[in-house]
Every structure is written in structure tokens, then in C-alpha cells.
Design a binder for this molecule. Structure first.
Ligand code: ZN
Ligand code: ZN
Ligand code: FE
Length: 765
């Protein structure tokens, strides 16, 4: 006989780990006990030698689906001759390690019950268990117990309570446990307060499905907020939804009933299938099939569709009843944040939705659907939110100070950290209005409580006008750490890959505040977590009229022509019809004088200029639209590239796009089509970027190159640049756990702050 004490660390609380250990011990005839403590799970096991070994081996291997075991350590104890196995109360004291996990898609066991007419949870839209269901979106406070969730108001019935108390049950300590007798309920409401029109339906969900099939637009309350839904193959309904939502071209996401239907919409490679069926259930961007049965207005001009599978029991029942793919777009008007409270939704969406499918389980934290893509052999998150948040992401160095990072302005996320762990918040959105600012502030408060973080250091962007920067500057009694925007992009990618050594980074995005007060965005950096040097940049041009140039790519076309050709810039004929002649003249004067026109090295703005020159997009109605459409236009077979030399004088390398613009104009004059031009442009930028990185890496004696920034969401640019670099023997890192766009900035800021503390011995040293 032997007795051991084993400690299991990782995500092992609130995921059904103790009942799992109990069942395993029971099966193998092991005596002892299991309990949660401040660091994880502790097991004491007593049995014949071999049985104990077997027990420990299986412990990590067969852990429940939501658990993630990072480490198992064990020590020998004196035998006690104990009989039976028990789950013991947690000892009090010690700092609780928060056990809040992300929301997880309905598990197979719950699904089987959901569609079993004999089960007491048949069609019950809030079915869940220890292995699935809402978590982060319903948590109000820690510890993660029912009274600290939005389920507090629902008292479990006898049957549910019995499940909750039975260590052998799948619902042992499942905090959101519920059934039709005791749990939340759905109800229908009609815009304008009309009475229900579909008395024949067996319940509110079936009535909703019928309304959808008839072409209605429905606001559906889900896990992290409201969706606006309609039939995806009903062009009239989809176009109507666009008009009512004031969303002109930005693609809508889809929810398909099952994988087979997804295959009719997009070509699905094995890694994409894995992402689609992952417990996080993100929206997966995949190549659209030419015959995809969806209305033209679903994703105009896009070569991809964003598709997800049902992830809550409510969605499963609704999609099964509807039997067809639905548009499921965020429940908001244009750029507002997604609605997540009933009253607010009914008010704000009153002009959009015909029907509201509501329920009485409150949502504590607004959490958008996550968006992910698999391209060039790499996973790329474009938005990290529901299903991923609040999983911890390690930092490559321990920091004995508690940290807060405020992130950037667009696609804002915040993050907190202590020890070697960081928790990056849900997607807050563009910090431009009161509503998003409130989400940002309450989100930070929420994370401070959940993870017991009392920030001593606060990291922020250098841009003085970002609301996130202003928030940081207003905090009392903290040490501030200003982090340059593109350095944060570089550091974020290095840190998630556990890299502390310096590397070269090509960081391309739309806008970031530079060290010299100009607008950066086409940068080659050499640096580590602590510090960086700017070793290369895109040739700087004017941004005529500042911010206006972001919404009107034709202004960047004008600026690039002004910088590249002799004499006053003339719009190519592909663009003339789309631009007012007088406006063009005024803008060329701005570009020449520099009045109200800051210098920029932005790669995003170069994409804008090229898209406008080709006549593809003179004015955008969502961020990044010109670049998305330019990529979509690419002739995939075109291999030639425009000239884009690397100027190597004193100081940083300069990627000179002026010869590129001149050659492009010649092509336009010669009547070369936009697809060929778009491809030659991508090929040129990839080649020059790879060349610049290679040279910089050689000079710095490193073999590692980071590619990040929102512009690298472009598959063609990323794919070609990465393969040129790897062919040259360099190691290419890209962000995989966090987005390459500004959604990754907060984590990068944390990494920089932690590295600076480590370097100078802390703020008090
Ligand atoms: Zn389940
Ligand atoms: Zn019940
Ligand atoms: Fe950025």
C-alpha cells in the first residue's frame, strides 16, 4: 500500500474536476479525498502501489473537457488505512485563484437531453452542466458560486438541487444548473407592443423560427448580448436589415444549423473545421463557395464568409426549428456597442427588429462573438472575446507588481496581470462614445475583482487623445508606463510566444502615435519586451486633412501621387468619376503645403491609396474596407511585382513606394486591370518587407522576425512575406492567441511594463 498527496495546477476549479477525481477514485478503488485550495486541486490517494500509479497517470490524461492541467506534483505520505473517498470542503484563507472560465458551447450530453422528448429538459433553452454553459458572461463576483452569478435569483427545484449535490452527477456544483421548473424562461415581444400572432407554435422559439422563415428580422438575446437575425437566403430580409441597421457593406456573420450546411457555404479545411467546432464556437472566416446559398447583401465584395455553429441550447433549438442558415449580426445600430440588457435592446433595436426573443437570465458582461481564421498554416484571431475570455495568457516573465494596461483606441481591450499571468479583457470596441467608455471602465473594475488585481503600474499608449490614455493619466497613486504603439504590437507577439530575446518586427497598421509625434504605421522595429529601435519605415507622405483621409482613401491617392510624380497630381481616369474636381484640387494643395496634413508612414494608408487609384474604393464605410477589397480583387496567378526599393542611407531603412506608385500609374494608363495591379502591389510590398526584415535581422544578428499589426490580417501579404522570410532561413512569429490588430495592444503594453519593472528592480528601486 502507499499514500500520496498530489497537487494539480492549471484550470482545475469550476470545471467539474473534483467530481471527476471522485469518480476515478471510486472506479479504481482508491481511498482518500480531494479538495480545492488557493492554488488548485489537492488529492490524497491511498491504494496498492500500482493502483496509485495508475490513478495518477489517468488523472491528467482524462481530465474533464473544460479543465486544463498544467502540472501534477506528488509526494509520499504515511499510510493512514483510510477507507472510501470523499470531496472535502476547501480550507479558508489564502488568496483565491479565480476559477472563472470562458463560456462554453453546449456539450454532447446536454444536446442529447435537449432533443430527447422524454427528457425533462427537452427543448429547454438554458440546459447546461459542469462541462458546458455560460460562465464569464454571468459572473458578477468571485468566488464563482451561484449567488455571485446572474442565476442568483433562480432557486433550484428539488430535482436540480439533487443533481447539484451529487458528486456522481454531471451537474455536481454546476452553478448555472436549471430546468424548465426552476430556471430562466424565454418570451416573445413584438415591436410596438403588438400581441403574439402565432398562437399555433408550441413555444416562443418555434414562433420565432416561423417568423424568421416568413422573412422577419428578429432580435435574439443570446449569451453575451443580442443578435439581429434573419434568413440568410432571403435577400429582401438581408437588405432590409442592412438598411435598418445603417450598415452599408461590412459583412454579416452567419449561423448555420450544422457542419453539413456550413460546407455548402464555405470550403472547409480540417483546421477550419476544428476552429468551427471548438468549445469557444467563434465565427470562422473561410473561403466562400461561389454557389453559397446566401443573399448578395450578406457579404458584398468579400471572398470569405464568417460562419459559426449554434453555441447555446437556445441557438440549437432555434436553428433546428428554422432548418436554415441565419444571419446573426451584432444587435446594435452601426458602430454602437452591442445591446445586452432587455430594456436597452427593446429601445435601441425598436426600429430594426420586428420580433424580440427575450429571456430573464441577465447578462453581466457584454461579450461579442469572437472571430478567427486559419490561413497560411497559422491560426489568427481577429477578435478575441466570447469563448476565449477570460482565459489567462502567460507572460514570459514574473512580475511582482500588479499591472493594468489600458490598450489602444480602436478595437480596444484592456488587460490586468500579476505574477506571470495576464488576463486580457473582452473586446470593448472603438472607444469613441460614452457607452464604450463605460464598458471599458466597468470592465476594468470587474477584472480587478475577478482576479484580485490592485494595479500599481498602469501601461498606456503614447497617443494623448486616446480615451484609454486619458483614463490612465487620471488614475491616482499608480506609476504610469507609456508604451509606443508599434512596440506594444511587437512585444505582444514576442510575449505570447514566450520570447524574451530581441527580434526584428515588421509592424504594419493604420495608425499609431510615433515617438516623434508623427503618425506611424509601416515600421521595421528591432527590440525586445523592454525597448526598441526603429530600424526601417515606409516612405512618409502627407495625410491630407488628417482623420478625413482615413474615411476617404482618394485623399491618400492624391497624397501618394503628389509625393511620387512630377507636377500637380492628376487622378487616373479610373478614379475621376468618383471624386469631385474641386475637392481634389484642395486636397492636392493640402498635400503640397502640409497644412492640417500630418506626415504618415502608415501601410494601411498606402493600401487605401492603391485601392482608390484602381477605382475600387474612393470612400470607405467601415475600417479597413479599402484594404479588404484590394486583397479580394487580387489576380491570384499574377506573380510580377512593382519596383519598391529599399533606401539604405544613414538612419533607418526606407521602403520607398514612390517608384511603385509611378509604375502602377503607368499600368492604369495602359488599361491593365485592377486584379493584376492589386496583385503586383501586394507582391511588391511583401518582397520589400521581407528584404528589409532580412537586412535588419542580419545587422542585429537575430534570426527571428515578427509580423504583426492590423495590416497583416491580409492573407496575401502575410503569406508571401512569411514564406520569403522562412525560405531565407528566418523564424517567423505571428500573433495566434491575440489579434494582430489593436485588440492585442493591451497585452503588449503589459509585457513592456513587466519587462521594465524587471530591468530597473521595480518602481521603488
Ligand atoms: Zn453540458
Ligand atoms: Zn430545476
Ligand atoms: Fe495598431
Amino acid at each position: 500500500m502507499s499514500r500520496v498527496r498530489a497537487r494539480i495546477e492549471g484550470t482545475v476549479q469550476g470545471v467539474g474536476f473534483r467530481p471527476y477525481v471522485y469518480r476515478l477514485a471510486d472506479e479504481l478503488g482508491v481511498a482518500g479525498h480531494v479538495l480545492n485550495d488557493s492554488r488548485g486541486v489537492v488529492v490524497e490517494a491511498e491504494a496498492p502501489d500500482q493502483t496509485v500509479e495508475h490513478f495518477l497517470a489517468r488523472l491528467a490524461l482524462e481530465a474533464p473537457p473544460l479543465a486544463s492541467v498544467e502540472r501534477v506534483t506528488s509526494e509520499q505520505l504515511e499510510e493512514l488505512g483510510e477507507r472510501g473517498f470523499s470531496i472535502r470542503e476547501s480550507p479558508s484563507g489564502g488568496e483565491p485563484r479565480a476559477a472563472v472560465t470562458p463560456d462554453s458551447a453546449t456539450c454532447d450530453d446536454c444536446l442529447a437531453e435537449l432533443f430527447d422528448p422524454d427528457d425533462r429538459r427537452f427543448r429547454y433553452p438554458f440546459t447546461n452542466c459542469t462541462n458546458c454553459g455560460p460562465r464569464f458572461t454571468i459572473v458578477r463576483d468571485v468566488p464563482y458560486d451561484r449567488p455571485n452569478t446572474t442565476m442568483a435569483a433562480f432557486e433550484m427545484c428539488t430535482a436540480c438541487l439533487a443533481e447539484y449535490r451529487d458528486p456522481a452527477d454531471r451537474r455536481f456544483h454546476a452553478q448555472p444548473n436549471a430546468c424548465p421548473e426552476c430556471g430562466p424562461q424565454v418570451r416573445l415581444a413584438y415591436a410596438g407592443g403588438g400581441a403574439p400572432r402565432d398562437a399555433g407554435a408550441r413555444d416562443a422559439i418555434e414562433a420565432t423560427a416561423r417568423a424568421l422563415l416568413d422573412g422577419a428580422i428578429v432580435a435574439v438575446k443570446g449569451i453575451g448580448g443580442f443578435h439581429l437575425a434573419c434568413r440568410a437566403d432571403d435577400e429582401a430580409a438581408v437588405a432590409d436589415l442592412r438598411a435598418r441597421k445603417h450598415r452599408e457593406d461590412k459583412p454579416f456573420a452567419l449561423m448555420a444549423p450544422d457542419v453539413e450546411v456550413v460546407r455548402e457555404l464555405v470550403g472547409l479545411k480540417p483546421p477550419e473545421l476544428n476552429l468551427l467546432t471548438d468549445r469557444a464556437r467563434p465565427i470562422v472566416l473561410a473561403r466562400r463557395r461561389p454557389d453559397a446559398p446566401v443573399g448578395d447583401s450578406v457579404a458584398p465584395g468579400s471572398t470569405e464568409l464568417g460562419v459559426m455553429l449554434p453555441y447555446s441550447p437556445l441557438h440549437h433549438v432555434l436553428l433546428a426549428d428554422a432548418g436554415t442558415t441565419l444571419v446573426m449580426t451584432s444587435g446594435n445600430v452601426s458602430d454602437e456597442p452591442i445591446a445586452f440588457h432587455d430594456d436597452d435592446a427593446c429601445e435601441r433595436l425598436a426600429e430594426i427588429a420586428d420580433v424580440f426573443l427575450l429571456h430573464d437570465r441577465p447578462i453581466e458582461t457584454r461579450t461579442d462573438d469572437s472571430v478567427v481564421r486559419h490561413a497560411e498554416g497559422r491560426r489568427m484571431l481577429l477578435r478575441r472575446s466570447r469563448g476565449y475570455v477570460p482565459s489567462a495568457i502567460p507572460l514570459p516573465l514574473d512580475c511582482d507588481r500588479h499591472l493594468l494596461a489600458c490598450g489602444a483606441e480602436l478595437k480596444n481591450t484592456f488587460a490586468v496581470a500579476k505574477g506571470g499571468s495576464a488576463w486580457v479583457g473582452h473586446h470593448v470596441g472603438d472607444l469613441k462614445n460614452f457607452e464604450t467608455l463605460r464598458s471599458f471602465v466597468t470592465g476594468i473594475e470587474h477584472f480587478r475583482r475577478l482576479f484580485a488585481v490592485e494595479p500599481e503600474l498602469v501601461a498606456h499608449d503614447l497617443h494623448p487623445e486616446y480615451l484609454s490614455t486619458k483614463h490612465a493619466l487620471e488614475l491616482d497613486g499608480v506609476r504610469l508606463v507609456g508604451v509606443q504603439h508599434h512596440h506594444a504590437h511587437l512585444a505582444a507577439c514576442l510575449a505570447e510566444h514566450g520570447e524574451r530575446a530581441p527580434a526584428v518586427g515588421a509592424i504594419f497598421d493604420g495608425t499609431g502615435y510615433g515617438d516623434d509625434g508623427t503618425v506611424w504605421g509601416g515600421e521595421l522595429l528591432y527590440g525586445d519586451l523592454e525597448d526598441f529601435e526603429r530600424v526601417g519605415l515606409l516612405f512618409p507622405v502627407r495625410m491630407p486633412g488628417g482623420e478625413a483621409a482615413i474615411r476617404q482613401p482618394w485623399r491618400m491617392a492624391c497624397a501618394w501621387l503628389a509625393a511620387s510624380v512630377e507636377g500637380p497630381p492628376r487622378p487616373p481616369r479610373q478614379l475621376t468619376r468618383q471624386v469631385d474636381e474641386r475637392a481634389w484640387e484642395q486636397v492636392s494643395e493640402l498635400a503640397a503645403s502640409g497644412l492640417a496634413s500630418p506626415l504618415t508612414t502608415s501601410a494601411g494608408r498606402l493600401f487605401d491609396a492603391v485601392a482608390a487609384l484602381c477605382g475600387l474604393r474612393a470612400v470607405v464605410n467601415y475600417e479597413g474596407q479599402a484594404a479588404v477589397e484590394l486583397e479580394a480583387a487580387c489576380d491570384l496567378g499574377e506573380q510580377r511585382a512593382y519596383p519598391m526599393p529599399l533606401l539604405d542611407d544613414d538612419g533607418p531603412l526606407v521602403m520607398d513606394a514612390r517608384p511603385l506608385v509611378r509604375a502602377l500609374v503607368d499600368d492604369l494608363d495602359a488599361g491593365v486591370d485592377a486584379g493584376t495591379i492589386a496583385a503586383r502591389f501586394h507582391n511588391a510590398l511583401a518582397a520589400t518587407t521581407a528584404h528589409g526584415c532580412t537586412l535588419a535581422a542580419e545587422r542585429a544578428s537575430t534570426d527571428t522576425v515578427v509580423l504583426s499589426g492590423g495590416v497583416f490580417q491580409n492573407r496575401r501579404l502575410l503569406g508571401r512575406t512569411a514564406s520569403l522570410l522562412s525560405d531565407g532561413g528566418l523564424r517567423v512569429l505571428t500573433p495566434e492567441l491575440l489579434p494582430p490588430n489593436d485588440g492585442g495592444i493591451a497585452y503588449g503594453q503589459l509585457a513592456v511594463a513587466a519587462a521594465r519593472v524587471a530591468a530597473d528592480g521595480g518602481p521603488d528601486a
